[in-house]
Design a binder for this molecule. Sequence first.
Ligand code: SF4
Length: 184
Amino acid sequence: MVQYVYCPRFTYYEIYLSIPQHEEQRYKVLEGRKVHEQREKLGARYLRKRLGCIEKRTHLHLGTDDGLVGIVDEVLFFPDGTAAPLDYKWAQAPKAPHRTHRLQLAFYAKLIRTTKKLPVTRGFLVYVRSGNRLVEIPLGNKDEKLLEKAIRELREIAAGWYPPPTRKKKQCPDCCYLFLCGGA
Ligand code: SF4
C-alpha cells in the first residue's frame, strides 16, 4: 500500500513482474527499520497509560479471505469495544498527516475490522523524530473510499495492468525501477 501511494507503477514491477527492490540501497527503507528499533525502547507502558487502552498486540500478521494481508505495528484495544492501529514513523510530524500514512492506517483498520470483527474509527501515528509525538487520526468515509480505489487498482496491477507513472517526478531519480520505467 505504501509503495502504491509512492507510485502505482512501482507496484507493477514489484508485484506483477516480481522484480525485487534492492532494499539495502534504499535510504528510506533503512530509516524505516530504525523505527522498529526505537519502538522497543519507547515501551508500551507510556502509550497504554496515555491512550487508556486495555490491551496492545504488536506486530500482528492479519489476512482476509479475499487476499488482503498486512503486518500491523501495533493494535490497541479500548474499553468501549473498539480497536485502533498504531504505526511508528521515522519522520518529523507534518502539519497534516501524509496521504500515504492515512491510507496505510485505513488499510490496517480494514484488516482489523475484518479479522477481529471490531469497530475501528481511528488510528494513531507516532512521529519518532518529533520526540515521539503521538497523533490521533480519525478515519472516515473518505478514507474508506480512497482505500477501496487503491485496493481495486492494486488488484488490477496484480492481474497485469500497467499503470501510469507517478505525478511526483522528483521521486523518480531515487527509484530502483527507474532503469526499467524511464521515469515520469
Ligand atoms: S521511475 Fe518514477 S514513475 Fe517509474 S516506477 Fe519509479 S517512481 Fe514510478
